[in-house]
Design a protein around this ligand. Structure first.
Ligand SMILES: [Zn+2]
Ligand SMILES: [Zn+2]
Length: 328
């Protein structure tokens, strides 16, 4: 079958002879409809995030239809349209027992330490294939996974109705944080050096950061080290800085600013299984996260999708023929 694979730093190719997935007793095999491109995929493509071997199957934000079920899975799930939750915690360690599955040390991640989902068929444990709500379009469904990240971050920030917040970085994740903040009744402002991304955020109702205003909550979504300086500069007394973007490059931070203004820095890593993902599935129809989709590429042009995802505003996604053959 066909798969988009990384063959070396920056080199994405579509191969035709990728092996079919195996279907374990608790697994389902999914015919992939579409896969969203995410910042962590770009880090893999750039060689900034090491993968176990090359060639490496990319991608994790997958949706599709169940075409095979394992022996322990209800046969009536065949044909279901699903969104994949691409992080598989072990569900038996102390972190998992405490419900903090995001920090499970044995977490398997599609496209990072498990072969990714940018291929015609992928197998996942059945409990990580979430049934699409009836009537939800594929555009909204493919954005459920990054929406889960945004909703979990907004919840962790303790954002309240009427509170204003600053979102640093108006890439796909920043846009979804804006939508999640609005859904909480908060008022998001954005800052980004890229005009197109700012315009996209404005189209979703997020205002540009005004001069001189400080914010009780700041979300850093870009992962650019220098953006932390903006986040700290604009965070008001007793404010919370919520970090979603990641970089291994150290960022500069003044402890004077943090201590004098009593700032809290909160790391936000994905979401906890299963409640956070269930919430994103449930709220997708209301939040319509598919509004952030822009660049769309067929699998054959996956290399272009990755090359341009960084510059295009909104989220880039890659679609399979299966989507056109079975439109929803
Ligand atoms: Zn993602
Ligand atoms: Zn665990």
């Amino acid at each position: 079958m066909r798969a988009a694979v990384l063959t070396g730093p920056g080199a994405v190719e579509v191969t035709r002879d990728w092996p079919e997935p195996e279907c374990g007793p608790d697994d389902v095999v999914i015919a992939v409809r579409a896969v969203g491109v995410c910042g962590s995929d770009l880090a893999v493509v750039d060689g900034k995030r090491a993968v176990p071997h090359l060639p490496w199957a990319l991608g994790h934000e997958a949706i599709g239809d169940i075409v095979r079920v394992g022996d322990n899975v209800a046969p009536d799930r065949l044909g279901e349209r699903v969104a994949v939750e691409p992080n598989f915690p072990c569900l038996s360690c102390p972190a998992c027992d405490a419900g903090r599955t995001a920090v499970c040390p044995k977490r398997r991640i599609l496209g990072i330490n498990e072969p990714g989902a940018l291929r015609e068929r992928v197998s996942v444990p059945a409990r990580f294939a979430w049934t699409a709500p009836a009537g939800l379009g594929d555009e909204d469904l493919v954005c459920v996974e990054p929406l889960a990240v945004a909703l979990a971050a907004v919840a962790r920030a303790g954002l309240t109705a009427g509170e204003r917040c600053l979102v640093v970085g108006a890439g796909a994740q920043g846009l979804l944080v804006c939508l999640a903040a609005q859904a909480h009744g908060a008022v998001p402002f954005v800052v980004d050096p890229h005009e197109g991304r700012l315009a996209t955020a404005a189209g979703l109702g997020a205002a540009a950061m005004p001069d001189g205003m400080d914010f009780p909550v700041v979300f850093e979504t870009s992962g650019v080290p220098v953006a932390l300086e903006t986040a700290i500069e604009r965070c008001g007394p007793d404010g919370r800085i919520v970090l979603i973007g990641q970089s291994a490059v150290p960022a500069r931070l003044s402890t004077f600013a943090v201590v004098q203004r009593r700032l809290t820095l909160l790391g936000c890593l994905i979401y906890d299984h299963p409640a956070d993902f269930a919430a994103a599935v449930d709220r997708a129809a209301e939040l319509r996260p598919g509004r952030i989709l822009r660049g769309r590429y067929p699998l054959a042009r996956a290399h272009e999708a990755f090359a341009q995802a960084r510059e295009l505003p909104g989220k880039t996604w890659i679609t399979f023929e299966h989507l056109e053959e079975h439109p929803r």
